[in-house]
Design a protein around this ligand. Structure first.
Ligand SMILES: [Ca+2]
Ligand SMILES: [Ca+2]
Length: 320
């Protein structure tokens, strides 16, 4: 009789154990941003309502032009070391793979990444590299996807052009290994690695300091930020994808938008023409014959110095 009860109860018990719920959420501090603003991204990971402090989250941000950012973020302290596949080396280099610390504007940079499949089966590995300028703005992303044999290492030397308009200073390389793109449900194999190099000129001009806005909120599981550039800002929706595998898998996504404040005539440039539009409507209110709603940038039903000030603040910003 006791044996029968045990047999009957066992499947129930197993079902209860596997019924844990992994919940991943992702938020941004605003839904609309403009040139030069920081997008603060925060997320929470819970298992049956309890915060998870030792998981890794894959993060992908896409624009209408494609991939924009790849990161692997941690929730708290991630200490366990037995990753299936992990990054064993990452450094900037020349085209032959020799270490190199600095690149000049207008030249070609290279990154050498080595990873190891420590498992006993072949693994499909998406190697995703994200470069971030000294200003905190995204520089570029590149990736390769392929099979890595059991118990073996692979390496990749990737090249990238350094535009002549690049900000000078310390540029960061973030490398992630995913099972697939996070937007396709891919999850990280291991924590990210990072390395840095310097973008210099022959004149050796110091990099511009940048403003970082404070992050305000309760304690999230993970957070990161992206500084939107003042020039060539991609104007449209951005989609953030986050994924995590922690026993079970959880996925989340969030959309934000970038617009060009101060671009009255919508030509993707904030310049004298926009100042001209605001000047034409200067001193007007909604009942005035020269009222132009587009020029009331702070929506206070007056076109005045405050609106001129907003155009001046974004003067020189451009969209893409
Ligand atoms: Ca304009
Ligand atoms: Ca106004």
């Amino acid at each position: 009789m006791l044996l029968m009860i045990t047999i009957l109860l066992t499947p129930l018990f197993i079902r209860n154990i596997s019924a844990s719920t992994l919940t991943l959420t992702i938020t941004t501090d605003k839904i609309t941003y403009t040139a030069g603003e920081t997008v603060n991204i925060q997320g929470n990971l819970t298992l049956d309502g309890e915060p998870v402090h030792d998981a890794i989250i894959a993060l992908e941000v896409d624009t209408k032009y494609g991939y924009y950012v790849f990161r692997t973020l941690k929730t708290g302290t991630v200490e366990h070391l037995n990753w299936l596949v992990e990054i064993s080396d990452l450094y900037p280099c020349d085209m032959y793979g020799n270490r190199k610390e600095a690149f000049t504007r207008g030249s070609t940079g290279y990154v050498n990444i080595t990873w190891k499949n420590k498992s006993t089966t072949v693994q499909t590995v998406l190697t995703a590299i994200y470069l971030q300028f000294s200003t905190g703005s995204p520089f570029t992303v590149f990736y390769t996807i392929g099979q890595t044999s059991a118990n073996s290492s692979s390496y990749w030397i990737a090249s990238f052009p350094i535009p002549s308009s690049s900000p000078y200073g310390t540029t960061t390389i973030y490398a992630s290994l995913f099972t697939d793109f996070p937007k396709n449900g891919g999850v990280p194999y291991c924590p990210e690695r990072n390395a840095t190099f310097t973008i210099t000129s022959t004149l050796n001009i110091a990099s511009q300091p940048h403003e970082t806005q404070g992050i305000s909120t309760s304690t999230p599981s993970f957070q990161t930020s992206i500084l939107l550039p003042r020039t060539d800002l991609i104007l449209d929706n951005y989609i953030i994808y986050a994924t995590c595998k922690y026993g079970t898998q959880a996925n989340a996504h969030k959309i934000f938008e970038a617009i060009l404040v101060g671009d009255i005539n919508n030509d993707k440039k904030v310049d004298m023409i926009d100042i001209g539009f605001v000047s034409q409507g200067y001193g007007s209110t909604p009942t005035s014959p020269n009222w132009d709603l587009r020029c009331d940038l702070n929506s206070d039903d007056k076109i005045d110095m405050k609106d001129i000030g907003i155009v001046c603040k974004y003067y020189g910003c451009t969209g893409a």
